[in-house]
Design a protein around this ligand. Sequence first.
Ligand code: IVH
Length: 679
Amino acid sequence: MSGGAEVTREQYERLAAEVAEHDRRYYVENDPTVSDREYDELYRRLRDIEAKRPDWVLPWSPTQRVGHEPVSEFPKVVRETPMLSLDNTYDIQELRAFHERVMRGLGDEPVTYVVEPKVDGIGIELTYRTGVFALGATRGDGVTGEDVTSNLRTVRGLPLALTESLDLTVRGEVYITHEDFLRVNEARSAANLSIFKNARNLAGGTLKLLDPRLVAERPLRVTFYEAVGGERLASTHYRVLARLRQLGLPTSPDNAEAHSFEELREVVEGWEGRRDDLPYEADGLVIKLNSFDQRRALGATAKFPRWAIAYKFPARQMTTRVVDLEINVGRTGAVTPVAELEPVELSGTTVRRASLHNWDQVARLGVGYGDRVLVEKAGEIIPQVLTVTERSSGARFEPPDKCPSCHTPLSREEERVALTCPNRLACPEQLLASLGFFAGRSQMNIDGLGEKVARALLDAELVQDVADLFALTEDDLLALDRFAETSARNLIRAIERARQTATFARLLTALGVPHVGGVAAKAIAQRYRTMGSLLSLLDRSDPSSADAPGAFVRELMDIEGVGETIARSLERFLREPHVRQVIEKLAERGVDPEEPIETAAGGGLSGKTFVITGTLSRPRSEIARRIQDAGGKVTNSVSKSTSYLVAGENTGRAKLSAAGKHGVTVVSEDDLERLLEGS
Ligand code: IVH
């Protein structure tokens, strides 16, 4: 079925249904059954057929998420049943008071609650008619919302058709993950566009774009938490949520039931520390009565239902005073502004510094010494300055014209908004940051080469680039104050071990090519095996120009997971003469590893899927990376295809009960270590 002319209408419909099913597996189950590449192939075939037979196109075809014409404004939607908001509680005492009100209202009947994350996005309501997505509107003020149907159609996790043909109205939230938020802002920052303050603003701003084609380019996601008239679907709210999932509507994997106030308290307390595990921003929990009869008996005030309440997490935003401007020089030469603050408590940690992102942002904020600013700490992202709330008479912050580390005049490179220090090889701050990264666990894994040691090596001029590490001797180290015999021996051994055990993928990652992370490096290393063969491809290729990628870039883009940005960035990096010098120097010193061939069977964990949760002794990215190195797969939520749940401290009940439900083995970090060793 390649061309389209020979395809029957029935085959077309089957293909549309197949692609829609892959969307559901991906967005609802978090458990795709085809690779991205295979998916793209099916999708392309579907689009080709539709181009030839526009009369066949089904309204729910996955291709119909894009391409609608812009609108000039959104029609209003007026609701009969308003979307109420929720009353808030901030601690267990207030929550107990809510529970006591519920008990009084119900004459002390036993109750069950459902606890759901309160996703900080934009509330929406969708209507399905005979199973087909017909209308989607924002919550607005509760009664009047805006019809954003064409924008919502572009949201990949939103089913255009349910798995059954019924009439249904559901409510949920459109949101953006922390990771996608950062990615969008980075791209905007690089394109010199204003950045979004937080993921919620980005989601809201996107939903209100008048051109759905632009919406389709933004990574919106959706989750559902209420069905209007839910009692028609199932006897309790918790069952309704399961039913929504069955119908193809994504729901949170972290929803949990509590059968008493004591259980409720446990679930709520279990969320402490777990909030930062969520891939998106949640500003609290929503606690709802499970029984529809009990909900009806309690009713609502003009503003809030009496059967539900929000339990708000500690604030992530606070105001404080800016005391100074700190200027950072990053690993790749970016010179960025950071505000030094009067210390302030934000969701459990003391914050002393906050990012100002780039110099354009500094100018936009007009921030200066002594100003009061609003600071936000969201997820695992470092705190950032949102706005100036009170301007002082102090001087405004200005971009420097020389590098604070090496005093080289700064430049603005094309494609980067960041002010950069061009002195890549010899700028001490850049070298310091690259040494630490080079030695990191996921890169060359040189134990004992932390920031302090790196600084000592640089100060003593023992190391001018990463290749110099491999010429160090114990005597060199012993001449420094920091080192005694054992520590010197250990570091030399660790360097020796790195020389012998590093793979090409690790070396490539360690060099710190912009955009080339561990996953891309691995894919590239699997194809080319050695630096030598990668470089010989480069030397045979014509250089890329702004509008035409050269042979090197085109060939790399053939690798799954390698796009044009990565390929171009690698080309630019490898064409730098000083980079070639360092690579040659590394090879001369015995660092020129070959990538081991991964057999079809993969590592010892191949075919196993892991979910990592709770507080662990090392960053989650590092643990994930080791699992992947051993051939395993890491996903975010527990489902029946999960093999192991790696549970750290403070693992939430929801994850554990999901594991119990799906028969997933729960392992500790030590158990995981044994699995990895065994593999
Ligand atoms: S239930 C009457 N459940 O929070 C029931 N709302 O302050 C009200 N929200 O407008 C909605 N996650 O936009 C509910 N699991 C969840 C939610 C949730 C986020 C938002 C929603 C609502 C606002 C209420």
